[in-house]
Design a protein around this ligand. Sequence first.
Ligand SMILES: Cc1cc2nc3c(=O)[nH]c(=O)nc-3n(C[C@H](O)[C@H](O)[C@H](O)COP(=O)(O)OP(=O)(O)OC[C@H]3O[C@@H](n4cnc5c(N)ncnc54)[C@H](O)[C@@H]3O)c2cc1C
Length: 455
Amino acid sequence: MKRNAFLKTSSAFVAGSVLLPTMACRPEAKKTVVPEAPRVTRANWAANYAYKAPNLHSPASAAELQELITRLGSQKALGSRHCFNDIADSPLNQISTANLNRLVSIDPATKHVTVESGMRYGDLAPLLEKEGLALHNLASLPHISIAGACATATHGSGVGNGNLATPLVAFDLITPDGQLRSLTREHPDFHGAAIHLGALGVVSQLTLQAQDTFQVAQRVYLDLPLEQAVRNFDAIMSAGYSVSLFTDWMDQKVSQVWIKSRLGTDHEVTSSDFYGAVAADRDVHPIISLGAENCTPQLGVPGPWYERLPHFKMGFMPSSGEELQAEFFVPRENAPDVLQAIERQKDSINPHLHISEIRTVAADDYWLSPASGREVVAFHFTWKKHPDEVPGLIRLIERELDPFGLVPHWGKLFSLAPALLHERYPKMGEFIALARKYDPEGKLRNAYLDLNLFG
Ligand SMILES: Cc1cc2nc3c(=O)[nH]c(=O)nc-3n(C[C@H](O)[C@H](O)[C@H](O)COP(=O)(O)OP(=O)(O)OC[C@H]3O[C@@H](n4cnc5c(N)ncnc54)[C@H](O)[C@@H]3O)c2cc1C
């Protein structure tokens, strides 16, 4: 899956760098050949960004984590590496949470679930299911760490569903001075700190509000006329508990509508026609040319929440693998205009695109959430790994969507001017003050934070 060509990206694009495959050593006659040690380069999941931090630490307990944090200088937490930019990098030390992956406790009375920060949704979900519990929503893939997802306001879809940090009840943060701070919802810093981009400390554990388990059935409809999506956007996006539109922007069509209905509460859409789209008669992948075996079951077959809310199955490659991602949020009322604005750029976009996805995210009250104080619609782009063209296309989309007040996904590729980010997040100044309070020596700072927040 991984290629050895990398687009070196930061949140603003910088010149490309290429990581070369290990060079084979050609033995010369009568010389003792010492094979060159393989060049170990660590990269993010998509292999488009090579981490610069020379040191990677993988503590196995909260005590070890706390000792490391206290001892190390420059440092940053590393989750499951699914971001597409340099947000998780550090000039010196990355602290991986991969071994902090245990379920700590479940309180049956309150349905509060406490997990170590490196636990992945896909590992937690079956444990919750055994206890008759569920989370309100999941992203397109279950492979990501819970702390990493919360840190960047990762989201799924659904008009009533907030991002994945919205069920947070409390979390423990170890600040660079080694102090453990427990932030509950009542703590004055909680709403500022919940979406923190790794700028406040390393989260050691989190407590989430679970709910009773539920079943979901998902159906896919093909070839929704774009004009219907524009005219009936709210009705279409409200047709299920979680609805996603997938499109390559061509032929005045939305290629696929994925409707995930919560059984028992939703009125399940079962008709053969949905606003002019036709029900798929087989399971499909959002990128129609790929096989559906990596995808969660469709055709209305009911299943537990965690095997239907993500599009991709745990243990299988999510999405395409050979890709770059960008995503932009606009206030919900702008979505029909934005659909049309992006469609007008289809001839530029389409040759370099695997697929776009359009989802809704409910409002929340976190300072750095793209949905802070308003419902938003997320316009996502899974690009082909075309590093020469994609940065320009992202700039094009940012220009086209600027009048609609876009903000980018913190964990994906973007080049929006820091001044605009500051303008669009009214609490940015307060967040920076919080970061300075928790990390006065700037040990958690990296190029991403310096550029976008502190610059
Ligand atoms: C195939 C694919 C599909 C995706 N689908 C979606 C989707 O459906 N919706 C969506 O919104 N996003 C999606 N994403 C983006 C992804 O979910 C986010 O970027 C998320 O942040 C990844 O979590 P991670 O643990 O891999 O984070 P990392 O990339 O490892 O880190 C992200 C940030 O979190 C911080 N962090 C991680 N752990 C901790 C901790 N314990 N304490 C403090 N800070 C921490 C890091 O320092 C960094 O700043 C997708 C990505 C991929 C590759």
